[in-house]
Each structure stands twice: as C-alpha cells, then as structure tokens.
Design a protein around this ligand. Structure first.
Ligand code: TA6
Length: 307
C-alpha cells in the first residue's frame, strides 16, 4: 500500500487551479488523483485511469470493492475499483499471447482537463498515452479518453475515436467491482428475459428467468441489453442503480471461494464474499465497429438509493 512518507505532490499548479483535486505519487512511481469535494471522495490511479474508490458523503459504506492485497505496480491491473478493459474483452480473439481484457488498464494515462461543476461534482478527463507496447497490440491510429465525474453519483464516459482510414472493432468493459454485504444474499434486478453466454459452462447460451442470485462461481455475459440494473442489498439497506448508454452487454462475475483462493490478489480468504462485478460492456457479438473519423462513447452512471 501507499506509504504516507513516500507521497509527494507532483502537480502543484493543477492542485491550485482545481480545488478538491490532489495529485500524489507512491514509492513504485505510480501516480494517483485524490478527489475530496462537497459531495464525495474518490481516488483514481493514472495507470489505467483506474477508479479505485468512490464514496458519496451521504453514504456510510464504500460503493466500490478494492482488494486488501491489490497490487500497485507498473504494468499490472489493480484488483478492484473500475478497471477499463479495452480494446478487447476477455481473451484476445486471435492472439493468446496478448493480455486478457486488453492493455488500457495498465497503460499510463494523463489528465487533459479538470473542473468543478455547478452542482459541486468534480469532472476529470483523461487520455490514454500510447507507448510502443500499445502500438504493437493495436496498430490502428485511435484516441481513447475517459471522463470521470465524481459527485453524489459517479459517471464514466469512455470515448473511442477512430483515427484510421478504415473501420475497426473494439470490445470493452468498465469492469466495476462493487462492495456488497454478502454476495450470497443480494439480488441483481433488471436482467429478466435477457439472453446470456455462461462462461462457467463453456459459453452455453440461456435466457435469464429471474432476478440474478448467487450460490457458486458466476461468470456471464448478458447480451443485447441496455437497461438499468439494480444491485439490491438488504444487508447494507441500499440499492446501487447502474444506468448506461452505448453499451449492449452487462457482465456479472464472482469467482467464488475456490477460484478466489487461487488468485494472489483477492484479499483475505472470505473477502470475495463482499464483492460483485457488474460490468458495463460491449462484448462477444456486441463488440462495436467504429467508422473512420467517428467516436463511439460507452457511458455509465452509478447511484446509491436507500431501500
Ligand atoms: O469479467 C469477468 C472476467 O472476464 C472473468 O472471466 C474473470 O477472469 C475476470 O474477468 C477477471 O479477469 P482478470 O484478467 O482481471 O483477472
């Protein structure tokens, strides 16, 4: 974890200009943005433009789950928060040597704009930088930005611009880890009658018949769906509403105990019980073809509601 003694300010000008925003660097050289405005707190790693935490000041509990032994090292994704999967989701379609879920989540990003909105929220726009490694994995010219708005709600707008002279296809996900009281007692509402591909059963296709509930490993890509989902959590007396646009897939994942225990960064033995991933995505056949000169934007907004 970040040692307080190793933390130093890296952008005092931006800090002065943009109230509520602080830049810090840890001992591995990773940079972070801390936001503390009238409405909420949040922390974002510049590697991956990775939102690590967000908590509205009206809420007693964190909304996002962040593993207690997440790794904060260059080139590795942080376990928890909101990893950005791009430009493919899951395994690369043709080259198994490439990292699952693409490279955006481990690339350096830079802040291109920051402002305080009239409602008190903080809006930060980041752009992915393109080291040689990313060019090797995606040779087409492109621009990837994410705008993160931190307030009573949390909003992310992930925008891909095609700067090539031919169309290209992207798969993508905002792979959000939510903090829940106990994954075995929550329900996810909004996906009844939706077709899904079940990764636990070799991508077998079925149609959801009920609210989603959990009693074992769960890894599904719900397809052709753009509706709101709600994580109904009686244990925390709250519901998290997930509203999205530009997204046709919703991915839900919890590895359960055995798989979590095989992973080096899933926290203490039972920590996986307090986590559910509900991902705003365009995956499998919902991957998006972007024409030359066009921008495709996938957006999501999270809101905590009382039960
Ligand atoms: O979104 C679900 C999933 O694709 C699962 O199959 C699981 O592997 C998970 O993402 C985590 O992937 P990661 O590469 O972050 O370990």
């Amino acid at each position: 974890m970040i040692q307080a003694s190793a933390v130093k300010k890296i952008n005092p000008v931006a800090e002065a200009e943009h109230h509520h925003v602080r830049f810090i660097r840890d001992e591995s050289g990773l940079d972070y943005i801390e936001i503390d405005n009238d409405l909420a707190t949040a922390k974002i790693a510049l590697q991956g433009a990775h939102v690590m935490s967000w908590q509205p000041k009206s809420q007693q509990h964190p909304v996002l789950w962040l593993s207690s032994n997440a790794r904060y090292v260059p080139g590795r994704s942080i376990r928890g928060g909101i990893p950005i999967c791009w430009p493919w989701f899951g395994a690369h379609p043709t080259d198994s040597t490439l990292c699952p879920h693409g490279f955006a989540r481990v690339m350096p990003w830079q802040v291109v704009d920051a402002e305080t909105l009239n409602n008190g929220a903080t809006r930060i726009e980041l752009q992915m930088l393109e080291p040689a490694e990313s060019k090797r994995q995606l040779s087409y010219p492109h621009l990837l930005t994410v705008t993160i708005t931190v307030g009573e709600t949390l909003r992310l707008d992930l925008a891909t611009t095609n700067k090539a002279d031919h169309p290209f296809m992207v798969g993508e996900a905002l792979h959000t880890y939510f903090h829940v009281s106990d994954v075995a007692t929550i329900q996810i509402k909004g996906l009844e009658d939706t077709l899904y591909a079940d990764k636990v059963f070799n991508y077998e296709r079925r149609v959801e018949t009920h609210d989603v509930q959990f009693n074992g490993e769960f890894d599904r890509v719900y397809l052709n769906t753009n509706v709101d989902c709600m994580i109904h959590d009686a244990g925390l007396n709250r519901q998290i509403r997930i509203s999205k646009s530009g997204s046709q897939s919703t991915v839900i994942w919890n590895p359960w105990g055995e798989k979590s225990n095989q992973m080096v960064d899933m926290g203490k033995p039972d920590e996986w019980r307090e986590m559910i991933c509900v991902e705003t995505a365009n995956a499998l056949e919902n991957s998006v073809v972007i024409s030359p000169g066009r921008t495709h934007t996938m957006s999501v907004e999270y809101r905590v509601e009382s039960l």
